[in-house]
Ligand binder design. Sequence first.
Ligand SMILES: Cc1cc2nc3c(=O)[nH]c(=O)nc-3n(C[C@H](O)[C@H](O)[C@H](O)COP(=O)(O)OP(=O)(O)OC[C@H]3O[C@@H](n4cnc5c(N)ncnc54)[C@H](O)[C@@H]3O)c2cc1C
Length: 409
Amino acid sequence: MYDFLITGAGPAGLAAAITAAELGRSVIVIEKGKVAGPEPRGESMPQHELFDKLIHPGFLQEISGFTSTSRRFHSSADKKNTLIKIKEPYYFFNWRDLIDPLYEKAAAAGVEFIFGAEVTAVKTAASAGDDDGTATGVYYTKNGKTKELEARAILGCGGRSCPIAAHYGIDTKAAACPTVKYRGRMNTPLPTWFTDLPGEPDLQFFAVLPNSFESVAGFPPAFAYIFPLGDSCIEAGLMLRLSQFEKINNISMPTDRQVMSAWDEAKTSLSGFADFFIDTSTEYEKLTSIQNRRFIENNIMPGGGAVLIGDAVGMVDANGSAGLYYAMSQAVGWSEMLSEAMNTNSEIWSRENCEDYLSRQSKWKFYRYIKRSFKLISFFERIMFRTFGTDKKLNFIWPLISAILKSAS
Ligand SMILES: Cc1cc2nc3c(=O)[nH]c(=O)nc-3n(C[C@H](O)[C@H](O)[C@H](O)COP(=O)(O)OP(=O)(O)OC[C@H]3O[C@@H](n4cnc5c(N)ncnc54)[C@H](O)[C@@H]3O)c2cc1C
């Protein structure tokens, strides 16, 4: 019987594990990959005290090879563009440079890890068929064998396909926007239009209206983005924007193959964007998803015992797909609250306690920000992709779009 059993050694799971272990709790993490955070995801964020506390002061600056303080948004067909200055510089880094120190810190604090083990279901105190009993553990498979482990608190930090959420029938895919993640090396100089741009021409976002691709009929709205990271290196992607999905006519959810066809078309013919791929060697290219379509507020599972954290509930800044800080902050907050309850009270999942946790969570500053961010992005995408969702209309009202973007940044 552990105090904490954490599903998933991503940024949220690792942050929760470090915090709980440093508060004197016994912690075990089950990760399906062979290492912590097996698949690269977000590789940029602004400085927050949280990282100084979790690892050591100055950590983010140490691992970062590139910073950015501006973004440029391009209208459809790249007819207009707007430079947005952001308040805090964004630090870019390599995923492993973030994950490995988090893992090392957790291991040094006494956290136990089981790698190559996939959590498949939740064990509850309820009798068979009754799903509302308190979660007391998980079932997982390793080397073809099913095993189980018990804990006083189960943290569902399994990201976009969290098995804890799935066990309770929560569709985390409803929060997901398919996204292609790409890294490459340019063998030609940066496009001249890009280097000629006034201001600091760092990150570039290209609006892709509904139905923009010839190779895939009815493709939903999206943003294609390019981050030229120096040393001829680029990070890029195509991120579907689905907050208005049900309300825009004549679009449908593309299959994985269709997303990749649209991506190939973007690389060869999306105005402005394609200039970065003329002679670029691919280093990483994979279809994944960013959780920025919905936000699941009730994250304590029925009956208590388990709570969903990070991407599992859509803790991503829907405005800019920044999820690392929010996922880790939420994880730290829950580890602290539950550790405190374990010190004082054996009934940590009483109705009264659960109400108190949710009430405290709802007051966290970043939590309130995330909720607002989802509302704002939905409004913005309604204007951009629905109300003015044609090339002509969008370019006509671009000054309004620019004003909204500036006020939101
Ligand atoms: C392309 C892309 C770009 C992004 N860019 C940024 C950015 O620039 N800045 C930013 O702040 N955020 C960014 N994000 C978002 C950020 O990466 C996520 O919000 C963050 O990784 C969430 O952390 P998490 O721990 O909740 O989930 P994850 O990082 O998804 O970690 C989940 C972990 O759970 C494990 N797992 C899953 N299922 C099981 C199972 N059944 N059993 C055991 N283990 C399991 C996984 O292997 C994984 O290690 C980006 C995301 C993507 C996809």
